[in-house]
Design a protein around this ligand. Sequence first.
Ligand SMILES: O=c1ccn([C@@H]2O[C@H](COP(=O)(O)OP(=O)(O)O[C@H]3O[C@H](CO)[C@@H](O)[C@H](O)[C@H]3O)[C@@H](O)[C@H]2O)c(=O)[nH]1
Ligand SMILES: [Mn+2]
Length: 437
Amino acid sequence: FVTLATTDAYSMGALVVGKSLRRHGTRKRLVAMVSPNVTREARLSLEEVFDEVILVNVLDSQDRAHLSYLGRPELGVTFTKLHCWTLTKYSKCVFLDADTLVLCNVDELFDREELSAAPDQGWPDCFNTGVFVFIPSLETHGQLLQHAAKHGSFDGGDQGLLNSFFSDWALKDISKHLPFVYNLSVSALYTYLPAFYKFGHQAKIVHFLGGTKPWHFRYNQQTNQISPGDLDRILEQYVNLWWREFYSHTQQQVIKADSHPDTGLTQHSFVSRPRQSEKKSAPAQAVSTLQTSSPPLDTQGTVAETQTKEEERSLELRLLTLDEVSSEQPDSSVQTSPSEQPEEMHTHPKDVSGPEAEYSAYADLHNPAPGQGGTGREPEAAGGSPTPSEEPAPEPTPVETEEEKQQHRRMWEEGHADYMGKDAFDNIKKKLDRFLE
Ligand SMILES: O=c1ccn([C@@H]2O[C@H](COP(=O)(O)OP(=O)(O)O[C@H]3O[C@H](CO)[C@@H](O)[C@H](O)[C@H]3O)[C@@H](O)[C@H]2O)c(=O)[nH]1
Ligand SMILES: [Mn+2]
């Protein structure tokens, strides 16, 4: 999976792309392309999650005229995406915009061919370039650049260019049309709400397409919410979900969000926690600033607190039922052997010194007594558990009657999970293990 960030603000998005892929147990390698102006601190954060963080030069279409049709002059730099075709050590890749959030395992996308993508909701005979399957090739890369030089892009960004280059997408081969749920634009909420109500729960990847991004909102870590009322309720829940992913399983946490005295922009500052298993040298207490172009809001900045309140844990949007947890690919990170197959892009190569180990170390910090349940983790974040072999044998789960099962399931679905008891992490893990046997 490949994503791109040319600024620190988009790096926040890229981080969420990587984390959400890991949360859902991807077995593929993760690559972030960043431009030289992305700060070292942002790069270090990305390196904790991605297998590779690659420096690329900014390619800008400089096409102000066409970009003005979109009303998004900043999108000329999306030509930088084209660099993804140079990643020829991989045989196939999936590009994800930095403003996407992955909601389940989507590794099956690698079964598709170049160029597979979902329809753009503004013009469904065009594909949206927020999610697409491609085959790295220097030849294609060269042809794309030539095409850009000769014909430009009808929207000034990569989407116009890629649509005119892969111009037979609309009609030639329906298998190259990804279902819309692989690139669910949040603006579909406004354009076809009934369809969203009918199919929205099947969403696999959400795309915060448009000028307003999740990092433009200020999030309160005590309430686990952005300021209520800033957005439509459904959209607000997706943005809250994005922020929860941003803060999950990380050693670097935003501790303060306030307005810059001169520019009025919101700035997010975070500190790195000391690492227990140092992979790459990072200052133990490096302070960095991520600056995002958010309008100033009146919410108070909040102090970092990763352990979320139990009652706040309910994800109203896409609550995984226990059955879904069972059918979900578990995060393979700690179970997978560390063998690397970089050419094939198949095996998740992170070994125990990678981010997952750091996540575990972090979990240990907050959960001095593993095995007691209630690790403060999301139920689906199964793979990041402390090393299974070191855990004391968990208590056997009492057998539930059918009625109890249903009641339990209902409570779970309503967001009242019993994290300290039945839904303790150990029990969910056992269920996953049973399912995988
Ligand atoms: O300053 C920027 C702007 C964009 N990006 C990257 O380029 C992607 C596309 O930009 P984005 O703001 O996400 O554009 P969208 O609002 O999604 O707009 C649409 O139009 C763009 C231009 O054609 C396409 O790139 C998008 O895929 C398409 O969804 C981002 O996700 C980032 O990965 C940066 O790194 N820095
Ligand atoms: Mn986008």
